[in-house]
Design a binder for this molecule. Structure first.
Ligand code: COA
Ligand code: AMP
Length: 631
């Protein structure tokens, strides 16, 4: 089939407002927009200004009317041996009852609610219940430590925290409640209430007055027939704030609006992922990440698909056939995950022998994102699955794909190593350091010409200046993605890596700057540097170098163990910080800048050249020697 991509992209380019006005027909509006786009609002303009809507209505209520008995959510939890399906009608009741409980706890439109929950249906219900009453949710991933949660409590200043007693990792029960209690103790902003779901695997202690039992409260609301209605909000009102790593330890609160978000996600489900209402879509991620927000929760429900909540891993729960079982058992048409999941499966089952146990006849495509999709893994997935394997590139900030291969419009030929072409809405360009556009096959900074399309962040939570400085100031008139790469002669984009200190560990975005802040806080550490080094499974893993204070008189091994524990305690297990190396000094330029890039090349075994500005070339030999046997 001839792809409709070229004409679709051209239609957008010719008249962006007409393009998005047409796409907006997929959404029920309470009041239509006064302007599809107003260039004078916000940092670079705002979409659907003046429109009123409700995201929960569009994701739940209208489908509960049209397709009440169709499954909305399938929960499949190999770590607890539980499965549960909720129809759209059931989902609506659960969401409306929880929304009433949240209102009873004093939460109103515009108030923030932190959601700190594992991959269970109640996490999705919590997000939708907030959306229903116009409260702004901020989901915090369970793998973060108490201090990270405390930072978010202070930045988002929530009135309420919705939490569960625990999450289940294959090797342990992660008790969330003590982490939450510690975070609240650390935070200057204390939420008024906690609504806690007690899971059978772990009964958490409750603090009288502040903590309320989720199950009892929701049952009481249902018994009393207390179901909250959808509250109209402006299209430009925030739906959620999602914190993501910045260049310092202070995370950035990415703001997502209601109207543009719905329009962009609905467009992407049909045109990029090729999904139709009634079909099953599975994003194997976590609601704590943007992939989970967009493609576990909102996008599939917005178009009336069935979505899947998987509480498990690609391997070990119980075996590397877990994903194939899921696809066969739930008739999943499209799977979206991070390449690391496929590297994990391949490592344990290189010949994909587990696949023979399942019928994947209905499976149509695999989408990969979150980190570089290495050609080797893509090729392996293509060979074993015999369906299109589609890399696409985006960020927490954009909320949906910047560049992809639109299956719904007819896929373009795949080039391994490239996520293919810009989606409508994105004018992607490559600029040199002076801000000039470069020609094909020339590396540069990847930028998007403003305005960004619907769905992308309008700003950072209560930090308009940080937004402008961090994203819009480097290249005036453009959004700086902080990724570097090039466009080839056919218009295909290639992503080569970040231009800042963000690293990608198992598809999780982490700040080495944030880790350095933790290392530097150790009393015996004089200086430190953290770099991301190549890892066959996780893509990258962090590696920390420390110089001990003169006279510290400590065993380097002990300090190394302590800083590994410190990062786990302060940032969380998700940082996967396992390599700490003590060195006598760090390689620096004559002006004192640590040569992290060269250290990374040495650690990765890549070719490197001696930086002209290096202070003492011998230090690099010391670094190479210290790395022996560690990476
Ligand atoms: N709550 C608490 N701890 C968590 C957690 C959660 N929700 N998620 C992960 N962790 C912990 C893990 O248990 C692990 O702890 P450990 O050091 O005690 O073993 C640590 O955080 C690192 O987790 P992870 O990077 O996920 O490594 P892993 O070895 O447990 O699993 C993969 C590796 C590849 C199987 C896993 O990363 C995976 O399934 N990735 C799929 C893709 C994905 O989810 N991408 C997200 C963005 S799309
Ligand atoms: P996150 O905000 O967690 O989604 O991380 C976004 C970053 O992950 C991007 O800026 C890229 O550096 C990286 N990334 C995401 N998807 C891809 C991809 N398909 N190819 C290469 N890098 C990617």
């Amino acid at each position: 089939m001839q792809s409709r991509y070229p004409e679709t992209y051209a239609q957008w380019k010719a008249n962006p407002q007409a393009f998005w006005a047409k796409a907006a027909k997929a959404v029920d509006w309470i009041k239509p927009a006064d302007a599809i786009f107003d260039p004078d609002q916000g940092a670079y303009g705002r979409w659907f200004v003046g429109a009123e809507c409700n995201t929960c209505w569009n994701a739940v209520d209208r489908h509960a009317a049209m397709r009440p008995n169709q499954a909305a959510l399938i929960y499949d939890s190999p770590v607890t041996g539980t499965k549960r399906t909720l129809s759209y009608a059931e989902l609506k009741t659960e969401v409306a009852a929880l929304a009433a409980v949240i209102q009873d706890l004093g939460v109103r439109k515009g108030d923030r609610v932190i959601v700190y929950m594992p991959m269970i249906p109640e996490a999705v219900i919590a997000m939708l219940a907030c959306a229903r009453i116009g409260a702004i949710h901020s989901v915090v991933f369970g793998g973060f430590a108490a201090k990270e949660l405390a930072t978010r409590l202070d930045d988002a200043t929530p009135k309420l925290v919705l939490a569960a007693s625990c999450g289940i990792e294959p090797n342990r029960v992660v008790t969330y409640k003590p982490l939450l209690d510690e975070a609240i103790a650390l935070a200057s902003n204390k939420p008024e209430s906690v609504l806690l779901l007690q899971r059978p695997q772990c009964e958490a202690a409750m603090q009288p007055g502040r903590d309320h039992d989720w199950t009892a409260a929701v049952s009481a609301a249902k018994a009393a027939g207390r179901l909250a209605d959808c509250v109209p909000v402006l299209a430009t009102d925030p739906l959620y704030v999602l914190y993501t790593s910045g260049t310092t330890g202070k995370p950035k609160g990415v703001v997502r609006d209601n109207g543009g978000h719905m329009v962009a996600l609905a467009w992407s489900m049909n045109n990029l992922y090729g999904m139709q209402p009634g079909e099953v879509f599975w994003a194997a991620s976590d609601v704590g990440w943007v992939v989970g927000h967009s493609y576990i929760v909102y996008a599939p429900l917005l178009i009336g698909c069935t979505t899947v909540i998987y509480e498990g891993k690609p391997v070990g729960t119980p075996d590397p056939g877990a994903f194939w079982r899921m696809i066969a058992e739930h008739d999943i048409k499209v799977l979206f995950t991070a390449p690391t999941a496929f590297r994990a499966i391949r490592k344990e089952d290189p010949k994909a022998e587990h696949l023979a146990r399942y019928d994947l006849g209905g499976f149509r495509a695999l989408f990969l994102a979150g980190e570089r999709a290495d050609p080797d893994t893509v090729q392996w997935a293509e060979e074993i699955l015999k369906v299109p394997v589609i890399d696409h590139w985006w960020q927490t900030e954009t909320g949906w794909a910047i560049v992809g291969n639109p299956l719904g419009l007819g896929a373009l030929p795949v080039k391994h190593g490239s996520p293919t072409v810009p989606m409508p809405g994105y004018d992607v360009q490559i600029l040199d350091e002076g801000g000039r556009q470069v020609g094909p096959n020339t590396m540069g900074s990847i930028v998007v010409k403003l305005p960004l399309p619907p769905g992308c962040l309008p700003t950072l939570w209560h930090a308009d200046d940080r937004f402008k400085e961090g994203y819009l100031s480097a290249y005036p008139g453009y959004y700086n993605t902080s990724d570097a790469g090039f466009v080839d002669q056919d218009g295909y984009l290639f992503i080569m890596g970040r231009t800042d200190d963000i690293i990608n560990v198992a598809g999780h975005r982490l700040s080495t700057g944030g880790m350095e802040e933790v290392l530097a806080s150790h009393p015996d550490v004089a200086e430190c540097a953290v770099i991301g080094v190549k890892d066959a499974l996780k893509g990258e893993q962090p590696c920390g170098f420390v110089v001990l204070k003169a006279g510290a008189n400590r065993s380097p091994l002990d300090v190394e163990k302590e800083i590994v524990k410190l990062v786990r305690d302060k940032i969380g297990p998700v940082a996967a910080f396992k390599i700490a190396i003590t060195v006598n000094r760090l390689p620096k330029t004559r002006s004192g800048k640590i040569l992290r890039g060269t250290m990374k090349k040495i650690a990765d075994g890549d070719s490197w050249s001696m930086p002209a500005t290096i202070d003492d070339p011998a230090v690099l030999d010391e670094i190479a020697a210290a790395l022996q046997g560690k990476v």
